[in-house]
Design a protein around this ligand. Structure first.
Ligand SMILES: Cc1cc2nc3c(=O)[nH]c(=O)nc-3n(C[C@H](O)[C@H](O)[C@H](O)COP(=O)(O)O)c2cc1C
Length: 169
């Protein structure tokens, strides 16, 4: 698929088939994530690949998300070693967001459905996940990406809106 087609095909999928995503595909997703740009090339990301059913159910309960049937979540985290986690100006947020989007587009390219569920900066979600997964202090849970083979059809689309653009020529 052309990259621009994959970007339009990426839609939030909330119904998944009960088919496991093979390890090779998960590896591709993580390679895409770690190809993202980052400020000063710090690469301040860290990933949890969650497949264990019990853990999946616990983690799903902490977001507003109601999906019950995806059997893979990649949790994208920030490694905030040496940073003030509550300083929203820190570039790590942009760095890990780029990694998240790379996973979503790459998933669409490979025929997978995905859903970005926000965690950070909702500290009640951050803390709940840190408790469930016993993450080290420097690891800040940022987003849960629900992944799997889509059980619903979402049409590709852009949301192009000329009123949101200023040309300075
Ligand atoms: C930062 C962020 C957090 C989100 N959190 C949730 C969430 O908790 N639950 C959910 O169902 N969708 C969540 N979404 C998905 C959005 O609802 C979705 O992207 C939006 O409605 C546009 O639809 P589309 O992804 O199909 O283009 C989130 C998206 C972003 C970027």
């Amino acid at each position: 698929m052309e990259t621009k087609d994959a970007m339009l095909a990426r839609r939030s999928v909330r119904v998944f088939k009960d088919i496991d995503v093979p390890k090779e595909i998960i590896d591709e997703l993580l390679k895409s994530a770690m190809a993202a740009p980052s400020a000063l090339n710090r690469q301040p990301w860290f990933f949890y690949v969650i497949k264990d059913k019990e853990t999946l159910e616990k983690v799903k309960k902490i977001s507003h998300y109601t999906d019950k049937n995806s059997n893979l979540i990649i949790m994208v985290c920030g490694d905030i070693t040496g940073l003030n986690p509550l300083n929203l100006n820190d570039f790590w947020i942009q760095d890990v967001s780029a990694a998240v989007e790379n996973i979503l587009v790459s998933a669409a390219d490979m025929g997978l459905g995905s859903l970005w569920c926000g965690v950070y900066p909702k500290m009640e979600r951050v803390n709940a996940i840190k408790t469930i997964l016993k993450t080290p202090k420097n690891i800040m849970p940022f987003a849960l990406i629900h992944l799997g083979y889509p059980g619903e059809n979402k049409a590709p689309r852009t949301q192009y809106d000329e009123s949101k653009i200023v040309y300075i020529e």
